[in-house]
Ligand binder design. Structure first.
Ligand code: 0CG
Ligand code: SF4
Length: 300
């Protein structure tokens, strides 16, 4: 611990549940509300309809925008289609959007450290596509350019591996001495805390199991951080994906879960392992979390 749901995910899921309670099915949701197959399945069963693009939504329908945030172009499209929009963008993603707007607004090029094919990055880039350059890794950081190298800044996707992102940022700071740095870390508290916790555990175990879906950035980074500590680490959607071949010789197993993975899935992993023989469970807690975000007015 900390593991599983963060405040942004709790809020996003709550928004869809409350929209279903208040307005009835169907409630349309653009993209996966959070990147977790179990969450999406449960909400689909309740009457949420997940779509890729807003053109699939009937005019005027109630539509939730996912936690990862959207570009201004998507907001404009929602308005054109007269949709009743409820925005589930995490406030910590919104903070990065605001920061990027501030920097590009004063004529800077923003290097956005992150993965270009991720929805959060697509949304953030959409704030000023001509002035934002996505930097995916250290190799890119060594070659990117800006029209005016004296007017540059950087920002980050919220769910990166802290160590990796810092190495990329260090390359940029070395190449662009005038670079403006984020006021506060863009990598969110939940991502940071889960990585710290898994690192504390990974040093003492023979195997790490992270519960999360394969398209969840923060969950994948969690497994990678564990693997960089030198322990075999696997990302599983649920207990059904555990390969018994991983277990021989694994006397101690570290278990965690990404910010979008429901906590009961971790309990299922532990109880399944308990079925294979005597198991003692030890909880390692590297910090506590008390972040809560308020709901948008449409569902509060
Ligand atoms: O970690 P990413 O950004 O892929 O998102 P996920 O839905 O897995 O969890 C946090 C949120 C939103
Ligand atoms: Fe917000 Fe961080 Fe959770 Fe993403 S992982 S929803 S940025 S708190």
């Amino acid at each position: 611990e900390p593991r599983s749901f963060c405040a942004g995910v709790e809020r996003a899921i709550d928004i869809v549940d409350r929209a279903l309670d208040r307005f009835g099915a169907p409630v349309y949701v653009r993209r996966q509300i959070v990147h977790n197959a179990h969450v999406v399945r449960r909400l689909t069963e309740r009457g949420a309809v997940f779509v890729q693009e807003l053109e699939e939504v009937p005019r005027g329908a109630t539509t939730v925008l996912a936690a990862h945030g959207v570009s201004p172009a998507v907001r404009a499209e929602a308005e054109e289609r007269a949709l009743s929009v409820i925005d589930a963008m995490c406030p910590l993603v919104a903070k990065v959007h605001a920061e990027v707007r501030r920097h590009t607004g004063r004529g800077e090029t923003v290097f956005l450290i992150g993965h270009s094919d991720h929805e959060e990055v697509e949304g953030t880039v959409g704030e000023a596509p001509a002035d934002i350059v996505v930097v995916e890794d250290e190799a890119m950081a060594r070659t990117v350019t800006a029209p005016d190298p004296a007017r540059v800044s950087y920002a980050m996707q919220t769910t990166l591996a802290v160590d990796e992102a810092e190495r990329i940022a260090a390359v940029l700071r070395g190449r662009f001495p005038a670079i403006a740095t984020p006021r506060r870390d863009d990598i969110c508290y939940a991502t940071t805390n889960r990585q710290r916790a898994i690192r504390a555990v990974a040093a003492d175990v023979d195997l790490v199991i992270v519960v999360g879906s394969p398209n969840s950035s923060n969950s994948r980074r969690l497994a990678e951080v564990a693997a960089r500590s030198g322990v075999p680490a696997h990302l599983v959607d649920d207990v059904g994906e555990i390969d018994l071949g991983w277990l021989p010789g694994a006397g101690r197993i570290g278990v965690s879960a990404g910010a979008s993975a429901p906590p009961e899935l971790v309990d299922e992993v532990v109880s399944c392992l308990s079925g294979l023989g005597p198991v003692a469970v030890q909880v390692t807690t590297t910090g506590t979390e008390d972040v809560v975000f308020t709901l948008p007015k449409e569902v509060s």
